[in-house]
Every structure is written in structure tokens, then in C-alpha cells.
Design a protein around this ligand. Structure first.
Ligand SMILES: *Cc1c(COP(=O)(O)O)cnc(C)c1O
Length: 362
């Protein structure tokens, strides 16, 4: 068996959920498990987060998988339904839906359903992605309220700039002004909002990335909030090369040694989800991405290939074929690899490919 494994820690999920609870003690927690649980496996994370009050996903098939696995919590479709047929399924399975557009509103108002459905009415508070504008919002609310297809309504919005300044003050004020006097539960707050605005009053918060122990921006490292990485992506050295000054490695000869260098070849490449350009950005003399070999942090070298990558083991003489490698995890935060690839931890976690075996541990 190829040695690359994504090990998923159930206790880290439980721990991170408790960190959310500390920051939002009066809110219900809608654990965002879209994108196959941010790449960790939908059911793996749902099991680890079974104490959450709800789960948010994108596709109706993910919602059904959760229901059929026995989860009784609220399950929300973050983009709502994509066609009228899905509304019948939603009603049958007791799945909550976002309503964010006229098209969805009309579908819902004209549907014939076995039961009324739970609606999360999305407001566009300035992100300009999904949702009704503030001047449409209350009228849409009234229409939904008088429909026999609607069981109840939660007010929902999403912030674009929770992780930096200016923060959420302006969109939050817009949201609150618009719904003033209307007594409905409120849903807001992704991870960055939860961490930066702990006094926010919300009936529901919607953490995603923090549950997986990663951060939204490098200025807020996950460890600073006592979040624990849930995924360790690990593999092994499968070959060792010793090269002399002037010799190069890999496609395009992107690394040339200036002294005698010991190179470890790791069974992990971009087809496993490792970012191809990690460590090669913006420099003629690439500095590599962090990687740990035999428990010691070193750096990648040269260009990542489809199935393998190179790292510097000159100063790790004990490293040899079979030595353990951490691509990311406790020793090498996923966010540091993401930074070396000019992206965010979210993208790396979600991109772990199906050929990587997933192992769940307590
Ligand atoms: C993905 C998503 C979240 C979770 O965001 P994180 O930054 O991962 O915490 C919350 N709300 C909505 C609407 C989302 O799409």
C-alpha cells in the first residue's frame, strides 16, 4: 500500500467544537461540513462533531447521507435547492433550506409539499454574492411567512471581511437595522467572525475552518486560539539521492545544489492534493515549503511532481527509505504550507484527493 495517509483525529474535532462553544456560549452551532467535511470525509467529521446542533452542506445528496446515517440535528443546504423537485426531498427528509433568490422563492411558494420546510432567509449585507438586498428583505419575509409551505424562518447573513479591518460593523448594522422589530432567530458568523467578535448575539453560528484546526488568515494562526489540527497528511521517504554542487533535481531542474545535498523523495505529489507550486513562488532561488521528516522540520526542494516531491534531508542523517514524513499536521500547520503556495489552508484540505486513504483515530 502506498504510504500516504490522511489521519483524522476525532478528539481534535471534539476539542475544536468546545473552543467554538467557549466563544459563542449562547448560540447553537451549525457545523459547516461542506466539501466532504473540508476534505476530511463527511461522515468522519459528522461523527466527531455529533455534539453540534446542526450541519451545513451544499448538495442534497450530502444532506441525505447525514440523515440516513441517523443524524437528527438540523441539516441546512447553504445554497438552497437548485430545482423544484429537490423541495419534495427536502420536505420528506426534514432538511432546512436557504432561500437566497427570487427563483428559489417562487419555487417554494408554488410547490406542493408533504410538509412545510424550514427556511433560512439569506440577506445580502454587502458581500454581493447570495441573498436579497436590504430593501427587498422584509417583503420577501412577509411572503414566506404567509405561505403554508414554510414552517419557520431564520434570518441569515454572511460577512466578507470578518478576518480583517474594516471588519463586520457596517454589514452587521445593515442586517440588524433591516430585521429590527422582527422576532426571528438569527444565523451569522463564520470562524473568523466567531473568533474576532465573541460578543456577537446570534441564535446560530456557522463555524467551518476552525473546527478543522486551521485558520482563515495568517495573522490569526489556529494555535493562538488553542485549535488543534484535525488532519495529519503523512507519507514516507521512498528514495534517497545524494547530489553534488551543480546537480539538479526534478522536472525543470528547479533546484540546483550549491553543496553536497541529501535529498529525500516523498510519496506525495499534486495528484494527492499537494500544491504543485508550493515553495516555488516569486523567486529564482526557491526556498521550499515546510515539511517534517523523522520528526524534524525541513523544506521541500524543486518542483512537485504528480506522485512525488523532494525534500532536503542533509541535516537529518537518520532519515532514510521508510522514514515518516508529515506534509501537514501538528508539526507543520497546513496554513504554513498554504502560505508557501500563496493560498489558504481551506484549499489544501478540500483538495486532498480520493486516492489518499483516510484513517480515523480517536
Ligand atoms: C463555508 C461557510 C461558512 C464557514 O466558513 P469558515 O470560514 O470555514 O468558518 C459559514 N457560512 C457560510 C454561508 C459558508 O458558506
Amino acid at each position: 500500500m502506498r504510504p500516504i495517509v490522511a489521519t483524522i483525529s476525532k478528539s481534535a474535532l471534539q476539542h475544536n467544537l468546545s473552543v467554538v462553544k467557549q466563544h459563542a456560549p449562547y448560540s447553537k452551532i451549525m457545523a459547516v461540513v461542506k466539501a466532504n467535511g473540508y476534505g476530511h470525509g463527511l461522515l468522519n467529521v459528522a461523527n466527531g462533531l455529533s455534539a453540534a446542533d446542526g450541519f451545513a452542506v451544499l448538495g442534497i445528496s450530502e444532506a441525505i447521507i447525514l440523515r440516513e446515517a441517523g443524524f437528527k440535528q438540523t441539516i441546512l443546504l447553504l445554497e438552497g435547492v437548485f430545482c423544484a423537485d429537490e423541495l419534495k426531498v427536502v420536505a420528506d427528509y426534514n432538511i432546512d433550506i436557504v432561500v437566497h433568490s427570487r427563483v428559489q422563492l417562487d419555487m417554494l411558494l408554488s410547490a406542493e409539499l408533504s410538509k412545510p420546510v424550514h427556511v433560512h432567509l439569506k440577506m445580502n449585507s454587502g458581500m454581493n454574492r447570495l441573498g436579497f438586498t436590504t430593501d427587498q428583505y422584509v417583503a420577501v419575509f412577509s411572503q414566506l411567512k404567509s405561505s403554508s409551505n414554510v414552517a419557520d424562518i431564520t434570518f441569515m447573513t454572511h460577512f466578507a471581511t470578518a478576518d480583517k479591518d474594516p471588519g463586520i460593523e457596517i454589514p452587521l448594522a445593515l442586517f440588524q437595522q433591516t430585521i429590527k422589530g422582527l422576532e426571528q432567530p438569527v444565523s451569522m458568523a463564520n470562524s473568523a467572525t466567531i473568533l474576532r467578535y465573541p460578543n456577537l448575539q446570534a441564535d446560530w453560528v456557522r463555524p467551518g475552518i476552525m473546527l478543522y484546526g486551521a485558520s482563515t488568515v495568517s495573522s490569526m494562526p489556529a494555535a493562538a486560539f488553542d485549535l488543534k489540527p484535525v488532519m495529519q497528511l503523512s507519507s514516507e521517504i521512498i528514495a534517497v539521492q545524494s547530489i553534488q554542487a551543480g546537480e539538479s533535481i526534478g522536472y525543470g531542474n528547479r533546484f540546483t545544489a550549491t553543496k553536497t545535498t541529501r535529498i529525500g523523495v516523498v510519496a506525495c505529489g499534486y495528484a494527492d492534493g499537494y500544491p504543485r507550486h508550493a515553495g516555488l513562488l516569486g523567486s529564482q532561488h526557491p526556498h521550499g515549503a515546510p515539511i517534517a521528516v523523522s520528526g524534524k522540520v525541513t523544506r521541500t526542494l524543486g518542483r512537485v511532481s504528480m506522485d512525488m516531491l523532494f525534500c532536503d534531508i542533509t541535516d537529518i542523517p537518520e532519515a532514510d527509505i521508510g522514514s515518516p514524513v508529515e506534509l501537514w499536521g501538528k508539526q507543520v500547520p497546513v496554513d504554513t504550507v498554504a502560505e508557501a503556495a500563496d493560498t489558504v489552508g481551506y484549499e489544501l484540505l478540500c483538495a486532498v484527493s480520493p486516492r489518499v486513504q483516510i484513517k480515523v483515530v480517536d
